[in-house]
Design a protein around this ligand. Structure first.
Ligand code: IMP
Length: 184
């Protein structure tokens, strides 16, 4: 699928396909958490669109909190260094926690977040990621809910960015090679 956006090479996952899959995930989550009141933890900033659509389609009552890790410093390559820029507002002790992420790539960010959150003694802790680039994995990560497996390409849209841009695109697109990084 093509697009006339100058920064996008091709559309990898269309708006309709995204919406349909998010509805399926929300149905599965609603079933699995039906007698509980989970807390959805959105991993900022990339998960915002996915989280909002997931919440709208989830039938069980749930609360929401946010975490903001940083590792990519605005580029397309993982540095492997994870820092927490924003922490949760509420305690998760004894709660059923669903970590909602845009994409698991090397797995370093998720691995760090899981280790960090486990020390806070949640009752359960599961991962829901929209995208999975499993071919890039450096540490194994137990993903409970996965939207799409994607190839090793840098993607933007539906919350995902390149240098803070393109989060607003309603689809997942593959970027044209960034000009500034071509000769590096
Ligand atoms: P990981 O630590 O390598 O698994 O990377 C996780 C984070 O890197 C994600 O939450 C994204 O913010 C970012 N990331 C990884 N791959 C992409 C991509 O293809 N497009 C945009 N952001 C990405």
């Amino acid at each position: 699928m093509t697009t006339n956006h100058p920064a996008i090479d091709k559309i990898l996952i269309s708006k309709d396909t995204l919406q349909k899959r998010v509805q399926e995930l929300a149905k599965e989550i609603s079933q699995d958490y039906k007698n509980t009141c989970p807390v959805f933890i959105g991993v900022l900033k990339g998960s915002v669109m996915f989280l909002a659509d997931l919440m709208k389609n989830t039938a069980v009552d749930h609360s929401v909190d946010f975490l903001c890790p940083s590792s990519y410093a605005g580029g397309t390559k993982s540095t492997g260094i994870v820092r927490l820029l924003l922490d949760l507002r509420e305690s998760i002790e004894g709660k059923d926690v669903l970590l909602v992420e845009d994409i698991v790539d090397t797995g370093l960010t998720m691995n760090y977040l899981l280790e960090n959150l486990r020390t806070r003694r949640p009752r359960s802790l599961e991962i829901c990621t929209l995208l999975d680039k499993s071919s890039c994995r450096k540490v194994s990560v137990p993903i409970r809910y996965r939207g799409f497996e994607i190839p090793n390409e840098f993607v933007v849209g539906y919350g995902l960015d390149y240098r803070e841009l393109y989060r607003n695109l309603p689809y997942i697109g593959v970027m044209k090679p960034p000009k500034a990084e071509k000769n590096k």
